[in-house]
Design a protein around this ligand. Structure first.
Ligand SMILES: *Cc1c(COP(=O)(O)O)cnc(C)c1O
Length: 372
């Protein structure tokens, strides 16, 4: 049951209304030139995004999942190789490791930020470890300096799963510019979305960038010369054109997201729930605006109460990966209590760059009533 003035969980319609003339013109231009695969918009977007992030290379790919997969392929991940990652993420993170025969090694999260706990990583390093794959969950980068230091000490690569954090900053640098590879997604609901599937990889390493460009097109170094095993992993020209149009107000959108997130955090101070911790040296672009409740029972009741008041909610994510049927065989010898608790406790509220103060007040009022 939802009331007539139901809020959208993510408002893509207002965004399209604001950008309609540029989006439509960009799409029309692609229809006119007809280069649907690897058309001029692909390079144009890669150049713009590399400049935005502040790295040498951007390689657009078919999705965020494909970005993670290709990044691991450029490292020549072998069956049995281990990749240290978080169990509290979307399945794609671990899926790409397992698809290549690798072993995801799950270490627990920080209970307040829900990001991987960097202090637990070194104890999980073995002679088979090849890489660390932190996730910048909800739009906040994990402790990358600490993670990079462990990686340097042990000769490991670091792949940032930045599917939720494009546009976020960490100690004066941008998400995706912080490690061996930054991998992001342009799934429509992400901070920078297209109108279908898309993603991108970022690196300063020329050799890795070249490898990714080849893997993206079936491992071809030139047409019909397949120097390595690759995938069909291109992002199509139309989706690149749409992201180019969206870039016009992306800086404004990121500023909005940060401001709306801060306003939520401020308004929630008065309510009996736990707010996500955002560290001083970074920001959060709130791919999801997520709070923590006492337990699963309170959460279910609250979700229902909010729904009847027209406030949609979502759970990112209801089960940690080591409790998922496909991944439970990778449950480590150690316990993961914080990931398990977070899966019971998290709840995401409506969030978009176009969320108005009045809409936000409606969310807060509904929460206050439901928690009273
Ligand atoms: C969305 C997401 C992905 C996958 O991106 P797609 O573009 O949907 O393939 C990977 N990791 C995380 C953390 C995500 O949120």
């Amino acid at each position: 049951m939802s009331s007539t003035n139901s809020l959208p969980f993510i408002d893509l319609k207002s965004q399209y209304a604001a950008l309609k003339s540029s989006v439509d013109a960009r799409i029309q231009r692609v229809l006119d030139h007809g280069q649907y695969i690897m058309g001029p918009e692909v390079k144009e977007l890669e150049t713009a995004l590399a400049a935005h992030v502040g790295v040498k290379h951007c390689i657009t790919v078919a999705s965020g999942t494909e970005a993670l997969l290709i990044a691991l392929m450029t490292l020549d991940l072998q069956p049995g190789d281990e990749v240290i990652t978080t169990p509290f993420t979307f399945a794609a993170t671990a899926e790409t490791i397992v698809l290549l025969g690798g072993v995801p090694v799950f270490v627990d999260i920080e209970p307040d930020s829900c990001n991987i706990d960097a202090r637990l990583i070194e104890a999980a390093v073995t002679p088979r470890t090849r890489a660390i794959m932190p996730v910048s969950l909800y739009g906040q980068v994990a402790d990358m300096d600490e993670i990079n230091a462990i990686a340097a000490k042990h000769g490991l690569a670091v792949i940032e799963d930045a599917a939720q954090s494009f546009g976020a900053s960490y100690r004066g640098k941008k998400s995706c510019a912080l490690s061996t590879w930054g991998a992001t997604s342009f799934f429509p609901s992400k901070p920078l979305g297209c109108y279908g599937d898309g993603g991108a990889l970022f690196t300063d390493d020329d050799t890795l960038a070249q490898a990714a460009r080849e893997i993206r097109v079936h491992g071809q170094s030139q047409r019909y010369t397949h120097t390595r095993v690759g995938v069909g992993g291109r992002m199509d020209t139309l989706q690149c054109a749409i992201v180019l149009a969206k870039l016009e107000r992306f800086d404004w959108e990121i500023a909005q997201r940060i401001a709306i997130g801060e306003r939520y955090q401020h308004l929630l101070q008065a309510l009996p729930l736990q707010r996500l911790a955002v560290r001083e040296d970074r920001n959060c672009v709130w791919a999801q605006f997520t709070v923590l409740l006492q337990n699963g029972a309170q959460r279910s009741a609250l979700q229902q109460a909010l729904q009847t008041q027209g406030v949609p909610t979502a759970i990112h994510y209801p089960r940690p990966l080591h409790r998922q049927p496909a991944y439970e065989r990778f449950a480590p010898a150690w316990a993961l209590p914080h990931a398990e608790a977070a899966a019971e406790r998290v709840m995401s509220l409506p969030m978009s760059a176009d969320l108005s103060a009045a809409q936000q007040d409606q969310v807060i009022a509904a929460l206050r009533q439901a928690l009273a």
